[in-house]
Design a protein around this ligand. Structure first.
Ligand code: 4NP
Length: 159
């Protein structure tokens, strides 16, 4: 059992999927009354979008679900994230391979596919960047379901 836990969501750019996961999971945690025990962050494996706000389509899709992610700013993963965070949850197999490579050199928390905590048969949150608006809705549906599964998991470890 532990007093608190911290969770890092990771995607490629940190402007679509992982900031969406950060916002949705924060809402789920707040609704459960656990905001003071669970801290949440996100980052990308790539550096192209560092410092940028989430993609306008991701902001709009989150806002339609009552979640404001406009204050988030993209950052790139660092080796120290794997020692700082208890859960490192990636969106797809490429993210998993990229983070595993960092872990092989530096150790720390083992990354996992976020959808491992969902109930659907999907194991990847598909990259919505080059698609249409609908892709962002799919992303949020998958994230919402996995967030509920992750909350159930964290409840087991929190005092
Ligand atoms: P994300 O989406 O990994 O969910 O933030 C992407 C954002 C940007 C790019 C790819 C994916 N890009 O190639 O610039």
């Amino acid at each position: 059992m532990s007093e608190s836990v911290n969770v890092l969501f990771v995607c490629l750019g940190n402007i679509c999927r992982s900031p969406s996961a950060e916002g949705i999971f924060r809402k789920v945690v707040e609704a459960a009354g656990l905001a003071d025990k669970v801290s949440i962050s996100s980052c990308g494996t790539g550096s192209w979008h560092v410092g940028k706000a989430p993609d306008a389509r991701a902001r709009a899709a989150a806002a339609r679900r009552g979640v404001d992610i406009s204050d988030l700013r993209a950052r790139q993963i660092q080796a120290s994230d794997l020692t700082a965070f208890d859960y490192v949850l990636v969106m797809d197999q490429q993210n998993l391979a990229d983070v595993q490579r960092i872990r092989e050199r530096n150790g720390g928390t083992r990354p996992e596919l976020f959808l491992h905590y969902g109930r659907s048969s999907h194991d990847e949150v598909p990259d919505p960047y080059y698609g249409g608006e609908k892709g962002f809705e799919t992303v949020l549906d998958l994230i919402q379901e996995a967030s509920e599964g992750l909350l159930a998991e964290l409840r087991k470890t929190l005092n």
